[in-house]
Design a protein around this ligand. Structure first.
Ligand SMILES: *Cc1c(COP(=O)(O)O)cnc(C)c1O
Length: 420
């Protein structure tokens, strides 16, 4: 199926997630794409093999309507290609590349597009693995990363930091929004505009890269706000069942092609079975994320009125007049389903609550069908310096909850009894 019906009606991502890029006629009429568990593909002729390799290794430009022929599953595989086409449609971008993990997607993207001597500017906080990659790995390749606080003033701070380090060196602006765990929002459009301005003044492309794991692709579509690349941990909402590890990058062909070239050689691609699981997951992405957000809103309201809870961090609770609410209105189509909250009694109080849940499971990760709770300060954010934690509102009493698809009454009952 194509993106438009024969009479020109444009299909929505929810519909495309069931149909795009797969022709049952090529697979015995199977309604679902089979899992193509094969390492290699048979060529129809030696000439075909030669043509496929010319494109794969960039010896020759692709003809306008030519797609890369199937060669070997480190280069491409039908399960991965169908998923990539469907996710790119969801993100309103041309292309996507799927990886063995979110970290594989993020690291391969930087290795493909950033060079020694370049500087990367990033908002802080970022995901722990990304933080490690920025501070311990990229410097070994002569690439510096400078952080500025996420939030209302991030675009201004990034502009100032660019001046400080030398605008000509800046190659990429990296943003994680909402930021983990306190859901701080950074203005994607303002940061994309800054990158465009720097591109113009320095005469070389400055990329805007968004970690869209928390709200995308359903509730946040950064490409429509001027961002170049969206990176995802597909382990989270896209996979959605806590049963796989994967990552994706989406964006225009001129950026995704070199990233795929690096993926082929670094071997950071996902397996065909992971591709198949991701295809299954994409079909229910919209109903899962909407249901999770609906329940999360109820939970945030419940927590907000609970006497033992001192603060609730959830985009759905932002009030008009708050600059964060302005950003929310501009770029978010929904509040998502991560709710962080502070309980009285510091770490001891938080642990007591965490150890009392009967339905919610005590585990890191997020975005799955089951509700998970964790303690950011001693778990996901345990290696972040204390001063930085304070700057992002992480206190010893903070609990982060990833709201699943259980019945809302059961989750509220579970919170009620745990807070007792
Ligand atoms: C989990 C996560 C990652 C890393 O993804 P993996 O699939 O675990 O490699 C990156 N960014 C964010 C926001 C995440 O939550």
């Amino acid at each position: 199926m194509h993106k438009k019906t024969p009479d020109g009606h444009e299909l929505n991502p929810e519909t495309l997630a069931l149909n795009l890029g797969y022709d049952p006629k090529l697979s015995e009429g199977s309604i679902k794409p089979p899992v193509f568990l094969t390492s290699t593909f048979q060529f129809n002729s030696a000439e075909d093999g030669k043509r496929f390799f010319e494109v794969a290794y960039g010896i020759r430009e692709k003809d306008p309507h030519e797609s890369l022929g199937l060669i070997y599953s480190r280069i491409n595989n039908p399960n991965l290609q169908i998923f990539e086409e469907r996710l790119a449609a969801w993100d309103a971008t041309e292309c996507a590349a799927v990886f063995a993990s979110g970290m594989a997607a993020i690291s391969t993207t930087f290795f493909a597009l950033v060079r020694p001597g370049d500087v990367v500017l990033s908002t802080s906080p970022v995901y722990g693995g990304t933080h490690y990659f920025f501070h311990k790995i990229l410097p070994q390749f002569g690439i510096e990363v400078h952080l500025v606080p996420a939030g209302n003033d991030a675009a201004k701070a990034l502009a100032a930091k660019a001046k400080e380090v030398g605008e000509k060196k800046v190659k990429a602006i990296y943003i994680e929004t909402p930021a983990n765990p306190s859901n701080i929002l950074t203005d994607i459009k303002a940061c994309s505009e800054l990158a465009a301005k720097l591109t113009k003044s320095t005469k070389r492309k400055v990329l805007t890269v968004i970690d869209n794991t928390f709200l995308g692709p359903l509730f946040q579509r950064p490409a429509l706000l001027g961002a170049d690349l969206m990176v995802y941990s597909a382990t989270k909402f896209i996979g959605g069942h806590s049963d796989l590890v994967a990552g994706v990058v989406t964006g225009p062909a001129n950026l995704i092609d070199p990233i795929k070239g690096f993926r082929t050689i670094l071997g950071t691609v996902a397996t065909p079975f992971t591709g198949w699981l991701l295809l299954r997951s994409l079909e229910t992405l919209s109903i899962r994320m909407r249901r999770q957000a609906k329940t999360a809103r109820k939970i945030a309201q419940f927590l907000n009125e609970h006497p033992k809870v001192t603060n609730v961090y959830y985009p759905g609770l932002l009030k008009s007049g708050d600059p964060q609410h302005e950003i929310y209105k501009r770029q978010c189509l929904g509040p998502g389903s991560l709710v962080s909250f502070d309980v009285k009694g510091g770490e001891k109080g938080a642990f007591k609550v965490l150890n009392s849940f009967k339905v919610c499971r005590l585990a890191v990760s997020l975005g799955g069908t089951e509700s998970l709770v964790e303690h950011p300060m001693t778990m996901t954010h345990s290696d972040v310096p204390k001063a930085e934690l304070e700057a992002i509102n992480v206190s010893p009493g903070m609990i982060r909850m990833s709201v699943g698809i259980e019945h809302e009454a059961d989750l509220i009952h579970d919170l009620e009894q745990a807070l007792k």
